[in-house]
Design a protein around this ligand. Structure first.
Ligand SMILES: CC(C)(COP(=O)(O)OP(=O)(O)OC[C@H]1O[C@@H](n2cnc3c(N)ncnc32)[C@H](O)[C@@H]1OP(=O)(O)O)[C@@H](O)C(=O)NCCC(=O)NCCS
Length: 158
């Protein structure tokens, strides 16, 4: 069981769809609320308009963008760039639903492996990834520039 961080109630109408350029301001709000060194608006815009490897998705609850997830698909390998749920929507299975959708997209695209990096202290995210079969595969020392925290590389065969 996960604690609910805030007041937002998840409606029965939850959908996942590809991220559009017009979603970027809402996604940037989620990004700022979720990470110590958030990506800029410009980075998101370039990911969507210029990066042919990039696949980004948003999850909506009753039309409100509550989270997003990005994945790079390079030939047959998938790498998760970011996943975040708005704090007030956390603990209500939206992250799980979004991650399941993105993983399904990777499988449909023919990827044979999915991997990502996660902070050693980010226990909620590690638990989420383990639910999908990801296991630790190595450590990247001092990976995060804000506090030199190590990253755990987690991966799963699809
Ligand atoms: C990680 C994150 C995306 C999870 O999203 P969420 O919608 O809150 O998660 P869900 O409600 O879908 O929970 C799914 C599973 O994740 C794990 N989990 C989620 N929150 C957790 C918590 N506070 N403590 C421990 N495990 C947690 C559990 O395994 C949970 O399954 P369970 O409820 O059966 O135990 C969210 O906490 C978040 O946005 N964090 C900030 C951004 C971030 O750290 N992203 C990952 C970068 S690598």
């Amino acid at each position: 069981m996960v604690e609910t961080a805030g007041a937002a109630e998840v409606s029965a109408k939850v959908t996942v769809r590809p991220m559009q350029l017009t979603d970027v301001p809402a996604v940037y709000k989620i990004e700022k609320a979720s990470f110590a060194t958030p990506w800029t608006i410009d980075i998101f815009e370039r990911e969507i308009t210029e990066n042919t490897f990039a696949n980004y998705f948003v999850i909506e609850s009753d039309g409100v963008i509550a989270g997003y997830c990005g994945m790079w698909l390079v030939i047959d390998e998938a790498q998760i760039t970011n996943i975040a749920i708005l704090p007030s929507f956390r603990g209500q299975k939206l992250g799980e639903k979004l991650f399941a959708h993105v993983m399904e997209q990777a499988i449909m695209a023919g990827a044979y492996r999915l991997s990502l990096e996660v902070r050693v202290t980010n226990v909620p995210a590690q638990h989420l990834y383990r639910k999908f079969g990801l296991v630790p595969g190595g450590i990247r020392k001092n990976y995060y520039t804000d506090n030199q925290e190590d990253a755990i590389v987690m991966w799963v065969n699809l």
